[in-house]
Design a protein around this ligand. Structure first.
Ligand SMILES: [Zn+2]
Length: 181
């Protein structure tokens, strides 16, 4: 049934009317804008998994509502802002979109609607939407919870005191950071 839906050229209304579903495991390379944010040496064998489901919601409405629900997961290698090595960051998307007649309607209703509005299309690029959503999940400042090497951690790092048997004065750490430069 859902076999004939092309995620790159999706007839959104038909997808919703037929309760269509799409699943995919794409190589990270399928998402060029996302790839640009990642560490080159760590990109191989990375996948983006996503699932989309169409649905019509219309109970008391003259015009039935066209919805598409999207879930996506990926683990991407980013640059840790503390140690500058690669850090795996899990990205997870779970959003629902309501499709309206056109861009103008979407813009007009956007203020009042709590959900995300998009314009109906007969050849909607669902893969592009998945990429948009994953990009929005990227952290501004990715970091390891604990950096792999003995990088000097800040004194307020929760694991710091537990890790060292003796208490280290914060200024001692600062001193070490300076001399280490
Ligand atoms: Zn790190």
């Amino acid at each position: 049934m859902a076999k004939d839906f092309d995620p790159r050229r999706l007839d959104v209304r038909r997808f919703a009317e037929e309760g269509g579903q799409l699943d995919a495991s794409d190589a990270l390379g399928t998402y060029p804008r996302l790839v640009k944010e990642t560490v080159e040496t760590e990109r191989r064998a990375r996948e983006v998994r996503w699932h989309a489901r169409g649905e019509i919601l219309n109970p008391r409405h003259v015009q039935p509502e066209v919805w598409v629900h999207v879930e996506a997961d990926a683990s991407v290698p980013l640059v840790c802002q503390r140690c500058l090595q690669a850090v795996d960051v899990p990205l997870s998307v779970d959003r629902s979109f309501r499709f309206v007649a056109d861009e103008a309607t979407a813009a007009a209703e956007d203020d009042e609607a709590e959900e995300d509005l998009l314009a109906l299309s007969r050849s909607f690029d669902l893969v592009e939407l998945v990429e948009d959503e994953l990009l929005m999940e990227l952290p501004l400042s990715p970091r390891h919870d604990v950096c792999p090497e003995a990088v000097k951690m800040s004194a307020e790092d929760p694991g710091f005191e537990a890790a060292g048997a003796e208490k280290v004065h914060p200024f001692a750490v600062l001193g070490r950071l300076k001399t280490g430069k």
